[in-house]
Design a protein around this ligand. Structure first.
Ligand SMILES: [Zn+2]
Length: 127
């Protein structure tokens, strides 16, 4: 069965047309689907991966009441992890309104958030 695109009126088979709020559109007229990995999420993921490669660490020990505690800090992990977490939170909110792409986009943003939090934990020497 032949159908026509609601925008350019060219004839297509029904399988080629995409249902949109503007009617049945051909691949040329249909708006591109938003990418699952938005630039914001990719930025957050990159920030989250940087501490796996670079480290600026310090460790010192303090003695309180005869108990010696080792204090370890990785400043790259703390700063990049915090940045990744903040960017990821900013990405979760638009992803929640992303329509059909919502599930994977929210999952990608939450994964970036988890990576940022992991780096924070590593940066404070808690692992
Ligand atoms: Zn068209």
């Amino acid at each position: 069965m032949a159908s026509t695109c609601a925008q350019c009126n060219r004839a297509f088979t029904a399988a080629e047309l995409t249902s949109t709020p503007d009617g049945m559109l051909c691949p040329d007229c249909a708006p591109e689907k938003p990418k699952v990995l938005s630039k914001v999420v990719i930025t957050a993921l990159v920030c989250g991966f940087i501490p796996f490669v670079f480290h600026i660490t310090s460790s010192s020990s303090t003695t309180v009441n005869g108990v010696t505690a080792l204090i370890y800090r990785d400043y790259v992990a703390i700063s990049a992890g915090a940045l990744a977490a903040v960017i990821a939170i900013a990405a979760v909110l638009p992803a929640l309104k992303a329509g059909p792409q919502r599930g994977p986009r929210v999952a990608a943003a939450v994964a970036a958030l988890g990576l940022g939090l992991l780096q924070l934990v590593r940066g404070f020497g808690l692992t």
